[in-house]
Design a binder for this molecule. Structure first.
Ligand SMILES: *Cc1c(COP(=O)(O)O)cnc(C)c1O
Length: 234
C-alpha cells in the first residue's frame, strides 16, 4: 500500500514512463489529485508530497473542507470534476479555478454571462461521454463533432476535453475509446487553434498509463494516491 507520498511518487514515475513511450511528446502529463471523500489532513499530505492540482466532485463537500483556502496557503489549483447541477453553476464558477466536467448547459450559461468580474473559473474542459452511457453527463464524440461542424458559440470557451469511460470497460474497449477521444481532440486543436485547445484529461487510477499512451496530458487520480474510498462522504 504505502503512504500517500509513496503512492503519488509511484503514479508520477509510472506516468513518466508511459509518457516516454509517446511519439511527439506533447508535454509531461499533469496529475490532478481527486480528493472527494478525503479529509483535509490527507489532502495536505498529498500537497506536501508535491501535488499541485486537486479535483473535487461535490460543491458542498469542497466548501465544507475549505479546499479553496489551499490556493492561498499552498498555491494549488482547485478543479471541479463532478456533475454540474444548474442551481450551483454560479457558485462553481465563482469558487473553482477550472471546470473539467463542463457540459453543454453550463457552457451555454457561461456564454450568457455578461459581467464575469466575480467569476474565478477560467478553464473549461468539455466532458466527453466516451462510452455513450445514458446515465452519464457530457456529450458523445459524434455529438461534439456535430456541434463543432455547426459552430456552437461556446466552443471558443473550451480549453480541451475530459473523457470519462465506463467503469467496467476492458482495456481493449478503453483503448478504442481513448483513441477516438484523442482523434476528436486533435480535430478541435486544428479547428480552434493550438493556443486555445491544450488540455486532454483522460485516465484515472485504473488506466492512466493507457490514456497517456493515447495522448492524455492530464490524469485524474483518486484511489491510486489515497487508497480505496470509504463509501460515506466526509
Ligand atoms: C472520482 C473520479 C476520478 C478518480 O478516480 P479513481 O479511480 O479514484 O482514480 C477521476 N475522475 C472523475 C471525474 C472522478 O469523479
Amino acid at each position: 500500500m504505502g503512504s500517500i507520498a509513496e503512492r503519488l511518487a509511484e503514479v508520477r514515475e509510472r506516468a513518466h514512463v508511459s509518457y516516454c513511450r509517446v511519439a511527439g511528446r506533447p508535454g509531461e502529463p499533469r496529475i490532478v489529485c481527486v480528493t472527494k471523500t478525503q479529509p483535509l489532513p490527507r489532502i495536505l499530505e498529498a500537497i506536501d508530497a508535491g501535488a499541485t492540482e486537486i479535483g473535487e466532485n461535490y460543491l458542498q463537500e469542497a466548501i465544507r473542507k475549505d479546499v479553496f483556502a489551499l490556493r492561498e496557503s499552498h498555491g494549488v489549483t482547485v478543479r471541479y470534476v463532478g456533475r454540474p447541477q444548474s442551481n450551483k453553476y454560479n457558485a462553481i464558477l465563482r469558487l473553482f479555478d477550472a471546470v473539467d466536467s463542463a457540459d453543454r448547459r453550463l457552457l451555454d450559461h457561461l456564454d450568457s454571462i455578461e459581467d464575469r468580474g466575480d467569476l474565478r473559473a477560467c478553464t473549461f474542459l468539455l466532458e466527453v461521454n466516451a462510452g455513450e452511457e445514458s446515465q452519464k453527463g457530457g456529450l458523445t464524440v459524434p455529438e461534439i463533432r456535430e456541434l463543432a461542424a455547426t459552430g456552437t458559440p461556446w466552443l471558443h470557451e473550451i480549453s480541451g476535453l475530459m473523457a470519462v469511460v465506463p467503469l467496467q470497460a476492458t482495456m481493449q474497449v478503453r483503448t478504442i475509446l481513448y483513441r477516438s477521444v484523442s482523434e476528436l481532440f486533435h480535430e478541435l486543436v486544428s479547428d480552434l487553434g493550438s493556443s486555445q485547445v491544450t488540455l486532454l484529461s483522460m485516465g484515472t487510477s485504473d488506466d492512466y498509463e493507457l490514456a497517456i499512451e493515447h495522448g492524455s496530458n492530464m490524469i485524474r487520480i483518486g484511489t491510486g494516491i489515497f487508497g480505496a474510498r470509504s463509501p460515506s462522504r466526509v
